[in-house]
Design a protein around this ligand. Structure first.
Ligand SMILES: CC(=O)SCCNC(=O)CCNC(=O)[C@H](O)C(C)(C)COP(=O)(O)OP(=O)(O)OC[C@H]1O[C@@H](n2cnc3c(N)ncnc32)[C@H](O)[C@@H]1OP(=O)(O)O
Ligand SMILES: CC(C)C(=O)C(=O)O
Ligand SMILES: [Mg+2]
Length: 645
């Protein structure tokens, strides 16, 4: 087959830099909050009482949003370096010494994770996706383990093993696992032989502990079985046979050199070195691969492979150490699923090579990393094994930034806290900077969120808002856009404060009337407290407010919505009140006098607090209006008196 173009070349990641110069694939960027927006002095102010929607739709808000766009463009990722080609597939040889094959065993070792069994249809879907991802070899199952698995591997061999699904036209090798016995090898061959590039993978344990206690065989017997079975697999017509000395990590070195030499003679094309129980440390595993490379006769006629389990959490590190020491096939699984603590994860290994390839002797893979996110999600879905939020590369938090200092850094230059561009793994973030607002966010991030939502407020307003923001964020896990809008309306778009809420305490339940105590701060700065009973805690609180303010009021409308989901959602309340004749207005057309109504809104995670805020907001509007009416009638009265004189 002709060599094909890879879409995921080496060196795509953000490298460390002292200054934000164009390094790696990070471009220097600007801070939208400080560089492209109009100066704060020139920034438009919102008229009190305008609804948030009205403000957002205003020309100034639209202009701010438009201004934000070029900033985003300037933070876009630079073009990747020119693509490299995947070397033509020859089982026991790779023509480019820097190319490392990715052997995916999600459908075999991954499926050995407790509870991860997939149906044949699911395995086929995942296999297609692995082909799109660009893996070199798909280990599709263990055909002797059940007729179903044989069928699944056969379907994958027939379909995925013959169709160039990857963007570079590459068709993956389809592999089946077998013990070192004829029955297993026959089943594996029956399943994979339909593929354009079939491979049989056979294994037998070589550690003292396994040979003695599990196989109950002598080392000599194990060597004889291994070489006989490799030769048998080749004799079936399979040109590509992989051999694994199971538990190599705990096997005697000399014995390993010996058995590997024998299986090479018998026709093995790939020698996989499993750290079956995840026991080795990275330097040990690297030395193991280097020693095998240096001491196994005939090793130049085979590819050395790694297969690292994750019992000590070292699978990825061990795999990379193996690659550095000369392994040119790496066995991995999507999301690192696999027996017990799992296997080395494909996304970690591939992205480490992509990011740090130059420190790994210029290694590169044929993986199109832009399919990583989708593949990870698909495997989570079908295996039922969901990755933890902080899982490297594919965890929900892997590209999210919650603390203020990090968010500030991200806004100024993404390379400060990200070594990989999310685009590079096909991740589209709701927020371009990966900013998740929470209690650890600082002013830069919160202000930038306001700009993103179309709001530019004065420094004083922002400080008031930020205080409220922190109070809410203390109690909520995540502060959403809707929360921000609700807080903005509550904090910024309020009428002139005449009465403000200091405290409210309510009790309610089935045992009796609800009671509420309210403490307000009046126009003179004095605190006033009142208690009341009511049909519910809100009614009781409103009556307590009425006792303090003492202006005749009728509550016309009351509505509450929860703007976010969950028990810690913010509740927004909207009320409409009317007062007495002092609030009468004249209709502009008819001249008739009508009783004016005043609306108010409030937001809080506590429904009673939210309700009292809304009520006070409406009452403050009414008081301001009444004050204005009174002032204007006093002016006309004095004018009348003066003109009389
Ligand atoms: C490290 C790994 O990931 S190895 C792969 C693990 N995967 C699986 O086990 C796949 C699912 N397994 C199965 O479906 C079943 O175990 C089967 C079909 C493979 C075998 O089932 P059974 O024939 O009932 O045997 P069982 O699993 O109980 O025991 C394994 C036998 O294979 C032998 N055996 C184990 N490994 C090997 C090997 N690599 N080569 C030859 N024989 C082996 C054991 O010594 C034992 O033999 P014994 O019966 O003479 O004592
Ligand atoms: C079958 C072998 C390669 C294996 O999965 C292991 O040793 O972990
Ligand atoms: Mg394994």
């Amino acid at each position: 087959m002709a060599s094909s173009t890879l879409s995921s070349p080496a060196k795509p990641c953000y490298s460390a830099a002292k200054t934000p110069a164009p390094i790696g694939n990070r471009l220097p960027t600007q801070n939208p909050a400080t560089t492209t927006l109009p100066s704060r002095a020139a920034a438009p102010r919102f008229a009190h009482g305008l609804s948030a929607a009205a403000v957002r739709a205003s020309p100034s808000a639209r202009r701010l949003r438009a201004l934000a766009r070029p900033v985003r463009a300037s933070q876009q990722q630079p073009q990747p370096p020119p693509p490299r080609r995947r070397p033509e597939y020859v089982p026991n040889r790779i023509d480019d010494p820097n190319y490392v094959r990715i052997f995916d065993t999600t459908l075999r070792d991954g499926e050995q994770s407790p509870g991860a069994t997939m149906t044949s249809a699911e395995k086929l879907v995942v296999a297609r996706q692995l082909a799109r991802l660009g893996v070199d070899i798909i280990e599709a199952g263990f055909p002797a383990s059940s007729p179903d698995d044989l069928d699944a591997v056969r379907s994958i061999a027939i379909e995925v093993g013959n169709a160039p699904l990857g963007e570079d036209g590459h068709v993956p090798v389809i592999c089946g696992l077998s013990r070192c016995n004829r029955k297993d090898i026959d089943a594996a061959w029956e399943a994979v032989r339909h593929a354009r590039r079939p491979r049989i993978h056979t294994f037998i344990a070589t550690s003292e502990i396994h040979m003695q206690h599990k196989l109950r065989k002598t080392p000599e017997q194990v060597v004889a079985i291994a070489s006989e079975m490799v030769a048998y697999a080749r004799s079936l017509g399979c040109p590509d046979v992989e051999f694994s000395p199971e538990d190599a990590g705990r096997s005697n070195r000399e014995f390993l050199y010996h058995i590997l030499e024998e299986v090479i003679k018998a026709g093995a094309t790939t020698l996989n070195i499993p750290d079956t129980v995840g026991y080795t440390l990275p330097y040990e595993f690297g030395n193991l691969i280097a020693d095998i490379k240096a001491n196994t006769p005939g090793i130049e006629n085979a590819i050395i492979s790694t297969h690292c389990q994750n019992d000590l959490g070292l699978a990825t590190a061990n795999t990379l150490a193996g690659a550095r020491a000369g392994a040119r096939q790496l066995e991995v699984t999507i999301n690192g699923i696999g027996e017990r603590a799992g296997n080395a994860s494909l996304e970690e290994v591939v992205m480490a090579i992509k990011c740090r390839g130059e420190l790994l002797d210029g290694l590169y893979t044929g993986i199109n990393s832009q399919h990583i996110t989708l593949t990870s999600k698909m495997v989570q879905e079908h295996s039922g094994l969901h990755v933890q939020p902080h899982k490297a590369i594919v965890g929900a938090n892997a590209f999210a930034h919650e603390s203020g200092i990090h968010q500030d850094g991200m806004l100024k230059y993404k390379g400060t806290y990200e070594i990989i561009s999310p685009d590079d793994i096909g991740l589209t973030r709701a927020n371009e900077f990966g900013i998740v607002l929470g209690k650890l966010s600082g002013r830069h991030a919160v202000r930038s969120k306001l700009v993103e939502l179309g709001y530019e407020i004065s420094d004083k307003e922002f400080e008031d808002f930020f205080k409220r923001y922190k109070e809410v964020a203390e109690k909520k896990k995540r502060v959403t856009d809707e929360d921000i809008e609700a807080l903005l309306s509550d904090e910024i778009f309020q009428p002139k404060v005449i009465w403000s809420l200091a405290d409210v305490q309510a009790t309610c339940g089935t045992l009796g009337l609800s009671t509420a105590t309210v403490k307000l701060i009046g126009p003179d700065g004095e605190e006033k407290i009142a208690c009341s009973v009511g049909t519910g805690p809100v009614d009781a609180a409103y009556k307590a407010v009425d006792q303090i303010i003492q202006i005749p009021t009728v509550l016309r409308e009351y509505g509450m919505t929860s703007v976010t989901e969950g028990i810690d959602a913010i509740a927004t309340t909207r009320v409409v009140v009317t007062g007495d004749v002092t609030n009468n207005s004249k209709h502009a057309l008819t001249g008739h006098s009508f009783n004016r109504s005043f609306s108010g809104s409030g937001a809080s995670m506590d429904v009673v607090v939210s309700s009292v805020r809304a009520y006070l907001s409406a009452l403050n509007k009414m008081c301001s209006f009444a004050g204005a009416v009174k002032a204007s009638s006093e002016v006309s009265e004095s004018t009348r008196v003066q003109s009389k004189e």
